[in-house]
Design a protein around this ligand. Structure first.
Ligand SMILES: Nc1ncnc2c1ncn2[C@@H]1O[C@H](COP(=O)(O)OP(=O)(O)OP(=O)(O)O)[C@@H](O)[C@H]1O
Ligand SMILES: [Mg+2]
Length: 349
């Protein structure tokens, strides 16, 4: 059995690479901002000079080759990151700063508030759309708290080919998440402006194929990731997830306004954890007083896409990496996702 590759060994191998014209090795140059090793899979992050982004390419290739040649290494991926100031709000981006459009329709699943069920909704919508005949990919835009590996029940590592990152295939979906690239408990090396770079790289350097729809599971709130996507890609629109409580709705409105401000259409609102059907007596309980999102959607003149019940099996499916739309699609609660997906599709073209 070969010995396990360590971060130290990776750093040592990188410090043997001399950079032309810098009289320095790769580590001393400070270009490498992070090294993460997990079960023989190595990812490193490298700083790109935003004024000369091409200069890094040969260095990146050499670094990947050198790491790959180390005993015990199964894959090596270099992520490029750039320190750049966030674009000013609602600023019209220059054409060259547009990002590559990885799918025909980019749909962001968002909310103003955390924990309302964006990721659960995103994965089940993706599966439902796929089962309705669409070619679907899913991108986890949550760099700090990625959830796709868990939702899909896979710890697979992306490989690279022809300078592109080969995404993960699971449950019929093409998937990418920063969580596939780093250890679950790894310190977050993607900080501040790097969040945008990691997101940009996942849009640009991943071999997405040509999906009809890319579902983007957004981090909570209205931060950099939202702005980057809204301003630098052409989003088909946003799906806003909300729970029925008033407070969540206030937050949902924040999310909604943010997309309005940057001219991204809101494709509709989904009310999650809308009601509870008692498994013993089959009575419906409106725990958070149901219907708030539907009324709000009417008031704001955006489509209401449907209500998803609070259901143990939905939660359990997410925890065991098998979304309800896979494990029990014909259950009453499974069907609610298909109804939402159909409405969403109808509103797309
Ligand atoms: N309809 C539902 N019924 C039961 N449990 C649900 C439902 N929707 C989401 N959950 C559970 O609620 C928790 C939060 O959901 P999820 O992670 O999808 O939210 P999120 O909005 O993506 O959170 P974050 O803001 O942290 O990204 C999870 O444990 C999930 O399994
Ligand atoms: Mg989430």
């Amino acid at each position: 059995m070969t010995a396990k590759i360590t971060e130290q060994q990776v750093r040592e191998s990188l410090s043997a690479i001399d950079i032309d014209g810098k009289q320095q090795d790769l580590i001393a140059s400070g270009l490498v901002s992070g090294v993460v090793v997990k079960d023989g899979h190595v990812s490193i992050s490298m700083q790109v000079d935003p004024h000369n982004p091409d200069a890094i390419e040969p260095i990146k290739r050499t670094a990947e080759e050198v790491i790959r040649a180390l005993p015990g290494v199964l894959s090596a991926t270099a992520m490029l990151t750039a320190h750049r100031d966030a674009p000013a709000k609602a600023e019209k981006p220059a054409p060259e700063s547009r990002l590559h459009q990885p799918a025909k329709h980019l749909i962001a699943v968002a909310s103003g508030k955390g924990g309302v069920g964006k990721s659960t909704t995103a994965i089940n919508l993706a599966v439902a759309l796929q089962k309705l005949g669409q070619n679907v990919a899913i991108l986890d835009a949550d760099i700090y708290g990625p959830s796709l590996p868990k939702l899909l029940g896979t710890n697979a590592r992306p490989t690279s080919a022809n300078n592109k990152i080969v995404p993960i295939e699971a449950h019929g979906l093409t998937a990418m998440s920063i969580g596939f690239m780093m250890e679950e408990d790894a310190p977050t090396i993607w900080r501040g402006p790097m969040v945008m770079s990691a997101l940009e790289q996942m849009l640009r350097d991943v071999e997405w194929g040509a999906p009809d729809i890319l579902i983007i599971d957004m981090p909570p709130g209205t931060g950099d990731a939202q702005l980057t996507l809204a301003q630098r890609t052409t989003l088909a629109g946003a799906v806003i997830v909300s729970t029925p409580q008033d407070l969540a709705l206030i937050d949902a409105r924040k999310g909604l306004n943010m997309f309005h401000k940057v001219n991204v259409p809101v494709l509709g609102i989904v009310e999650n954890m809308s009601y509870f059907i008692c498994p013993n007596c089959q009575t419906q309980h409106d725990i958070f007083s149901r219907g708030g999102a539907e009324a709000e959607a009417k008031r704001l003149n955006v489509p209401f896409l449907g209500a998803i019940p609070l259901e143990m099996e939905i939660r359990a499916g997410s925890d065991k990496g098998e979304p309800i739309t896979i494990s029990n699609p014909d259950s009453p609660h499974g069907k609610t996702y298909f109804a939402v997906a159909e409405k969403l599709l109808a509103g797309l073209d």
